[in-house]
Design a protein around this ligand. Sequence first.
Ligand code: COA
Length: 157
Amino acid sequence: MSLVIEKAGPQDRTRIFELLEQANMHHIPSPEMPEVSWENYFVARVDDQVVGFCGFKILSETEAKTELMAVDSSCRGLGVGYKLQQHRMEVMHSRGIRKLTTNTDLPATIAFYKKHFGYREVGKLDKIHEFSDPAINEWTTLEVDLVAWHEAMKRQK
Ligand SMILES: CC(C)(COP(=O)(O)OP(=O)(O)OC[C@H]1O[C@@H](n2cnc3c(N)ncnc32)[C@H](O)[C@@H]1OP(=O)(O)O)[C@@H](O)C(=O)NCCC(=O)NCCS
């Protein structure tokens, strides 16, 4: 599989919304997600087909939050999400971001962030309305120190 991660362009937005719909995250604009910031979005392409995307939003000189990520349901478990997440963390680290926050709901996704990227759980947040899994009513807030993560990555190489 030849996978390329690159910056998303306006031409990718329709496909990104298809992927969001698969994950029941297409309720935008809404109180949960008033808008997509688009500034820092990346797509994963296989043979020119977008199979996943992710984004982030800068909050201050040293803080950022992840903003949406989804991989096509037929392409999950192949490492696409891992590469997207690793890419956005690298980009944020290179821009001087240290504290990264992620709100997510699915237990498998929470486990994915903790196991592979050094996140720890810091709190819970009630959902305002349905978004992602309709059976889960709260977000789990996760945090990672990108400087510590980057050092650990270097030691692994
Ligand atoms: C969360 C999500 C983005 C992960 O994407 P993904 O492409 O399936 O993730 P990966 O394949 O990189 O990792 C999933 C598993 O596959 C494994 N994997 C990695 N590379 C692999 C490869 N080449 N072949 C097989 N498996 C692989 C990973 O180790 C991981 O396993 P583990 O966590 O059980 O150890 C995807 O499941 C998704 O879209 N979920 C719904 C929306 C969502 O929750 N988004 C996050 C919002 S915060």
